[in-house]
Structures are given as structure tokens and as C-alpha cells.
Design a protein around this ligand. Structure first.
Ligand code: NG1
Ligand code: ZN
Length: 537
């Protein structure tokens, strides 16, 4: 009998659960952790292929399920510049994950190797990390099996936030180039971020502490580490109070805390005892999402979500560019999804006079659209986002000779921000520092930030339907083209409400359909959402 293919032999320890179909979605593969061993093994194989295809550039593998409950886990690939995996390779990931047997897997692997013209002799290089979930170490062993059988050179970065792994991946692939991104280590990340934070702060003062809820995830220990590199409050630095950073009991991850809890429930974590007007923020389980919130003096709760962070960043960076004398040379634009509050979109176009682009849900779409601007600010309403600077913008910011002390000061701050902001992907830690810098420069508290515009009341619902795949959208998910006739019914309903807007789309991460509605009053938004939900059911 012919000896078994090594890929198939190693796969025998990680059998695919029968009758399961996997799909590489907006967040990679994500599900109950006990189902993931075969998926992670196969993703490891794909990482090796991707690295060989890209001439031995380093590919990242992150094991995390972000804001999902503790019993879930997930895995996703990071491309060389720290971006999400290129879309055409998502299909290859899905193909490998669904190969029905060890033998079928090795055949699919060989077929991809030849179809994609991948040269086996090129050295494959992979870096990986995980969040604090209990299933992480077990899934890492499945990944290691794949990296070893595919003769891949790898580095295990153990526990990292998702954005830290994106940062390290980009650093490794830019070493010795004109686009060098930083030192490719966790310490390098802290050093770069802290130095930029100090430079961007300048002589400005922080108005009291910020309390950060770390979702009992990996963001807790990493934020504590980052704080060691920042000036202390007694040295005039920012006081950061770290809460919900218990990673010893993994069942507490994302439980009654974290960015997703705050956004979904529109209230602070029950453990929060914040004083009126105190700045509070929440990270999600892998620290790529950030939510701000506060209670005003009447104890009413106000959320400062991704739309607010985007508008604040666009306002500040637009002003800095103008004040630095680069207003004509650097155009700022904002990218949102259909979930962005309509009031934020009006504020950007009418008050800030900046262009807005709407893309489908999923950071890869937003990121891609943002790279078309000189400075592209993108955030999902749920707090995932960042700012990307084009090469040309970086060059102009780097070379410009200021014509006055005022220009020099704005330019210094702008330069510091290009280093502070994690341009690879949304990063809650660097976004947190960005917000704090902006508030300090403007001498704003959360209330002044909140007063920039008034959110339209809105409602987000989740409906389970027999087959969510029949819901097909167009126009950046704002309109349904199927099932036929449904959009006309939605339009007729929307027309009856002042400032009404509503759309329906199938979730990419859950087996459900989401209904979003906004209108002039809370009662009307709820009513519109309920009526649209009835149409969909
Ligand atoms: P789906 O399930 O496709 O709506 C959710 C979020 C997205 C994005 C992805 C990936 C909402 C309404 N949707 O997508 O914004 O973050 O998860 O995690 O928040
Ligand atoms: Zn996340």
C-alpha cells in the first residue's frame, strides 16, 4: 500500500466533524470551540500556502472569537501588510475546511498548490497568537501540527490582542523597506505607541481619568503593559483605570461587560459605578473594538460609539491638516456602513463638509474604501475602526516645511498621530489613546463630544427566519433585491415616518436576519422596526 500523504496522516488527529459545513466569513471561522480543531489545522495549511504564494512573506494567524461567549473560538488569517485575508483566498479557506476526509484534504491541498502555481521550495513563514479563551492552547496544537507538516517557519506570540498581531505581521514584512512599520515585537508595539502618544499630547492636559472595561479579555493585561510605557498621571500623563481584567476565570470573558455588551444593551456594565461626566470606555474580547460612554449630571446614559469616534477623528484630523497648511493637499474622507446613525452622516457631510462613502458590513470593505482617500477614517458603529493614511499623504506630512509656529505645532501633532494610529486594522488600545489626545487638545469632556450632533433614535432587531440566504442586498446593503417585492413594502413603511430609514440584511456571523430602523422619535423607530420585521417574517 502506498504510504499516506503526510498532510492526510497528520490530519487524522483533527478529523472534520461529519455533516458540518464551514464558511470563512467576515470574521474568519467562528463557532463553538469544540468544533474547531480540524478547521484550525486546515487554516494552518492555508497560511503556509499563502506565504509561499507571496514569496515567503509572513502571514498571521489569530485564534480568537472576539466578543463571542467564552465557549466559542475562531481563527482568521492576516495578510502581509496587516490587512484581512484577500477575498479570493476566503474561498480556498472554505474549500480546505470542508474537505470531507483526511485524504480529500490532502488532495485539495495539492490541487490548490498546483492551481495557484505555488512553489513548494519557497520557505513559508507564519506568526500566530491567541486570546485568553480556555480552548486557545488546544487549538494552537492543531495549528502547530499543520505548520510542522508543511515545513513552515513560525513564531508563537502566545497571548496578544488581534491588532497587535496585525501590527507585528506588517512590521515583519516591511523590515528594511522604506515603509518600515516598527519593531516586530510586542514591546515594539508599546514603545511605538507610547512615544507617539507622548509626542501627540505635547503640553496638553487630561481632564481626569478614563476608566477602561477590558471585557475580562486579553486587552486587560495588554493595556496594563502599555500603561507601563506611558507617562504616569503624576508626571502629567493620562490616568487609566483598568477594570474587568480578570483573565484567570475564562468564563467571565465578555460576560456582563465589554464593548458588545454596552453597544447591544445600551447601558454600562452592571459593575460600573462611574460618577457623572466621568469618561468610560469598553474594549471587546480581543481589543479591536472600542465604545465610550458616560452618565450626564441627570444620570442619563450616553453612548459614544464608533460613529462618534469617527466623527471626532475626522473633525480633529481635518482641522490639523488645515492648520498645518496642508488643507489643500490632504483630503480627509469617512467610510461608514448602513448601520451608521443618519445624524452622524449628516454631521460629516453638512457640518464637517467631508465626503462619506457607505460600504457593506465587514471591516475589509471599509478598510479598502478608506485607502482611496488621502486620509480615510473608517469605523463600524460597533466601535471597530481606524484611520489610514495614503503613502502620498504620509510623504506630504513628512516633508512639509511649516510656515509659522502654529503650522509647526499642528504638523507635529499630525505626524505623531500617523504613528499612534494602528493603520493595519481597528485597534481599541490605540483608538483609546487617540480619543484621549483629541479630547485633551480640544479641552472637551464627554458632554462636549456628545453635543456635536444628536443621534436619531434607532432600533436594531434580530429575526430568525427559515432561510436567511434568500435575503440578497444591493446598494451597500441598504436595499433588498430579493425576495421580490419586500423592498417596496419596506419603502412604503419608511415613507410614513419623519426621518425614517430602515434596511434588512442577512447577518454574516449568525443564522439570522437583522432589521435596522431609525426615525425622529424612539417610539417611531421601535414601531418602524417592528413593522419591517413583520414584513420579513
Ligand atoms: P453581522 O453578523 O454580519 O451583522 C457583525 C457586526 C458587524 C461586524 C461583524 C464581524 C453589527 C450589526 N454587525 O456582523 O459590524 O463587526 O459582526 O464581527 O454590529
Ligand atoms: Zn473583536
Amino acid at each position: 500500500m502506498a504510504s499516506q500523504h503526510p498532510i492526510a496522516a497528520a490530519s487524522a488527529k483533527y478529523p472534520k466533524p461529519a455533516e458540518r459545513t464551514f464558511q470563512y466569513g467576515t470574521a474568519g471561522f467562528r463557532m463553538k470551540a469544540f468544533l474547531l480543531d480540524s478547521v484550525v489545522y486546515r487554516v494552518g495549511l492555508l497560511a503556509a500556502l499563502r506565504s509561499r504564494k507571496l514569496n515567503g512573506q509572513v502571514i498571521g494567524v489569530m485564534i480568537t472569537a472576539s466578543h463571542n461567549p467564552p465557549e466559542d473560538n475562531g481563527v482568521k488569517l492576516v495578510d502581509p501588510m496587516g490587512e484581512m485575508l484577500e477575498a479570493s483566498w476566503e474561498t480556498h479557506a472554505t474549500t480546505l475546511a470542508n474537505a470531507s476526509s483526511d485524504q480529500a484534504l490532502s488532495e485539495a491541498y495539492d490541487k490548490l498548490t498546483s492551481d495557484l502555481n505555488i512553489k513548494r521550495e519557497i520557505k513559508a513563514r507564519v506568526v500566530f497568537a491567541r486570546d485568553t479563551r480556555a480552548s486557545g492552547p488546544r487549538l494552537v496544537s492543531a495549528l502547530l501540527a499543520a505548520l510542522e507538516v508543511s515545513a513552515t517557519e513560525y513564531t508563537d506570540f502566545k497571548l496578544l490582542t488581534t491588532p497587535q498581531l496585525h501590527y507585528i505581521t506588517r512590521c515583519l514584512n516591511t523590515v528594511g523597506t522604506p515603509y518600515e512599520y516598527g519593531e516586530p515585537t510586542e514591546q515594539g508595539y508599546y514603545k511605538k505607541t507610547a512615544a507617539a502618544f507622548k509626542a501627540a499630547t505635547g503640553t496638553k492636559k487630561f481632564n481626569g481619568p478614563v476608566t477602561v472595561d477590558c471585557a475580562n479579555g486579553v486587552g486587560g493585561p495588554k493595556l496594563r503593559e502599555l500603561i507601563k510605557y506611558l507617562p504616569s498621571a503624576s508626571e502629567g500623563g493620562l490616568e487609566i483605570k483598568v477594570v474587568n481584567d480578570n483573565v484567570v476565570e475564562p468564563e467571565r470573558l465578555n460576560h456582563q461587560c465589554g464593548a458588545d455588551f454596552v453597544k447591544t444593551n445600551q447601558r454600562p456594565p452592571p459593575s460600573s459605578h462611574a460618577a457623572p461626566l466621568a469618561r468610560c470606555a469598553s474594549l471587546d474580547g480581543d481589543a479591536d473594538r472600542l465604545m465610550y460612554y458616560f452618565n450626564d449630571s441627570d444620570s442619563s446614559f450616553h453612548l459614544l460609539d464608533g460613529d462618534r469616534i469617527a466623527t471626532l477623528a475626522a473633525l480633529f484630523i481635518g482641522d490639523l491638516a488645515r492648520n498645518a497648511g496642508l488643507g489643500e493637499k490632504i483630503k480627509v474622507g469617512v467610510v461608514q456602513t448602513a448601520y451608521a446613525n443618519g445624524a452622524s452622516t449628516s454631521y460629516i457631510t453638512q457640518d464637517l463638509k467631508l465626503p462619506v462613502v457607505c460600504t457593506p458590513t465587514g471591516v475589509k470593505h471599509l478598510h479598502h474604501a478608506a485607502t482611496r482617500f488621502d486620509v480615510g477614517v473608517y469605523f463600524e458603529a460597533n466601535g471597530h475602526g481606524t484611520v489610514v493614511f495614503s503613502d502620498l499623504a504620509l510623504k506630504r506630512i513628512g516633508k512639509y516645511e511649516p510656515q509659522s509656529p502654529a503650522q509647526a505645532s499642528a504638523l507635529d501633532t499630525l505626524r505623531a498621530l500617523t504613528a499612534l494610529i494602528n493603520q493595519t486594522v481597528g485597534d481599541a488600545l490605540s483608538d483609546l489613546l487617540l480619543v484621549e489626545i483629541i479630547l485633551a487638545h480640544k479641552a472637551w469632556g464627554p458632554q462636549e463630544w456628545h453635543l456635536t450632533y444628536t443621534d436619531l433614535p434607532n432600533r436594531l432587531g434580530r429575526i430568525e427566519v427559515a432561510d436567511r440566504n434568500i435575503f440578497k442586498t444591493t446598494d451597500a446593503e441598504r436595499k433588498l433585491e430579493s425576495p421580490p417585492g419586500v423592498q417596496a413594502q419596506i419603502d412604503a413603511l419608511v415613507g410614513k415616518y419623519k426621518n425614517g430609514r430602515s434596511f434588512v440584511r442577512a447577518s454574516g456571523t449568525e443564522d439570522a436576519v437583522r432589521v435596522y430602523a431609525e426615525a425622529a422619535t424612539k417610539g417611531e423607530a421601535d414601531d418602524l422596526a417592528a413593522k419591517v420585521a413583520d414584513v420579513v417574517r
